[in-house]
Design a protein around this ligand. Structure first.
Ligand code: SF4
Ligand code: SF4
Length: 405
């Protein structure tokens, strides 16, 4: 059975990278790793650091060098703060932690939280450190969902992870089941990902614990859409899936946790698809965490003129610059949508695709209060509008005006 949710945009094209193996990029000229307000450097500015070496901390979360190089300190670049490492030809790896030797049954939930913290695992679906998510799960969790759908129809990285690293994926899911106390784990992906379902079911063969969910080919699969498709539950504005006892992670997160515990190395790489018309050689890539977009796009043959980079999804993502963030699963190189900007023709398509059943065109009229209150910023209405009306942009502008008032 193919599971569905109300609304959502149906893509007009599919990814061309489904059959392409993930390419590993070992090195780059520099990495910029996000520094929070409470960031503190531990390595000496100017010191040579090895890959895996400790640079500092974001609060309680350690920050490790994802390439060998010279540590330049915490710097502000284009309004953001980063731990910066420049590669001057240095090589080498440092292993601060040991692999986990205990069986998972010998570990408590707190032991797993400690591992997620010391290995600096960040969920690529939410951009939140996994240890913080696991702390929140202590309030009660019944289901684990590994969201293997893509953030954008042009991306294929989650699919590739499912078939290239299945053992780690299922191993990580077992660790997360233990840590969250969830009794069941669902692997959810677009229904046509047959190879992913076949690979997962080979390793996750206990039907009492594991299930596969085939989802309709619609986007975006945020928490609301997943909760409806899987459990026919509608989240209220501000409510999270975890409030309903459902812990949702990206496949990369489960894999990173499992492999970090197995090898004793922190999460030093990220997996992404670079796609869209604006790059000549896009594809599925494993790259050093915090790689600069300049390096990354250079590896892809450069960005075509008049194109820009959108983070995660053409539907709801925002343009990004600087460095790859921990919450980026896809980079879409696209031209600004050719906006016709003709008046609303009252076709009703924006209302059809809205997953929370709003009437987005009302934002054009005087009374958009309901929209401001309930919109989940999925971007489906703007994506589908034949008049080229930037509905999500208008909703966001109106919401920020309201906040200021
Ligand atoms: S999709 Fe665009 S043109 Fe159609 S009703 Fe909505 S705002 Fe109007
Ligand atoms: S109004 Fe908000 S929730 Fe509805 S389709 Fe538009 S962006 Fe998505």
């Amino acid at each position: 059975m193919i599971l569905d949710f109300p609304g959502g945009a149906r893509p007009t094209e599919r990814t061309r990278f489904g059959k392409q193996n993930t390419l590993t990029v070992d090195s780059c000229s520099a990495v910029c790793l996000r520094a929070d307000d409470d960031a503190e450097a531990i390595a000496r500015v100017g010191a040579t650091v090895l890959r895996g070496g400790l640079l500092g901390r974001n609060g309680e979360t350690p920050v490790y060098a994802s390439i060998a190089g010279s540590f330049r300190g915490i710097l502000e670049i284009e309004g953001n703060r980063y731990f910066v490492v420049m590669n001057g030809g240095e090589t080498g790896e440092e292993r601060i932690h040991s692999p986990e030797t205990r069986a998972i049954t010998q570990m408590t939930a707190d032991d797993v939280i400690e591992s997620a913290k010391k290995f600096a695992i960040v969920d690529s679906r939410s951009g939140v450190p996994l240890w913080k998510m696991l702390e929140s799960a202590k309030k009660g969790c019944r289901r684990l969902v590994v969201d293997c759908t893509e953030s954008d129809p042009l991306s294929a990285i989650n699919y590739r992870l499912c078939i290239e690293r299945t053992r780690s994926l299922v191993g990580g899911a077992k660790v997360l089941l233990h840590a969250t106390g969830a009794l069941k784990c669902v692997f959810a992906a677009e229904h046509y990902r047959h190879a992913a379902f076949a690979a997962i079911s080979e390793y996750a063969d206990d039907e009492k614990i594991f299930a596969l969910a085939q989802l309709d080919e619609k986007y975006p699969y945020g928490d609301n859409a997943l909760m409806y498709a899987l459990y026919v539950q509608e989240l209220k504005k501000g409510e999270t899936a975890l409030d309903r006892g459902v812990f949702i992670v990206a496949p990369e997160t489960a894999i990173a946790l499992y492999e970090a515990m197995l090898y004793g190395m922190p999460q030093l790489d990220r997996f992404i698809t670079v796609c869209g018309d604006g790059v000549r050689k896009g594809g599925n890539m494993r790259v050093p965490r915090g790689i600069t977009l300049h390096d990354l796009i250079g590896l892809c043959g450069g960005l075509e003129d008049k194109h820009f980079l959108i983070e995660n999804s053409l539907l709801s993502g925002s343009p990004i610059s600087g460095a790859l963030s921990d919450g980026t699963r896809a980079l879409v190189a696209a031209k600004p949508l050719k906006r016709l900007r003709v008046p609303c023709i009252s076709c009703g398509r924006c209302a059809e695709v809205c997953p929370v059943r709003l009437l987005p065109s009302e934002i054009l009229a005087l009374d958009g209060r309901d929209i401001l209150k309930h919109c989940i910023s999925c971007g489906a209405c703007e994506y589908i509008c034949p008049s080229g009306i930037p509905l999500l942009g208008l909703i966001k502008k109106a919401a920020s005006r309201k906040e200021e008032a």
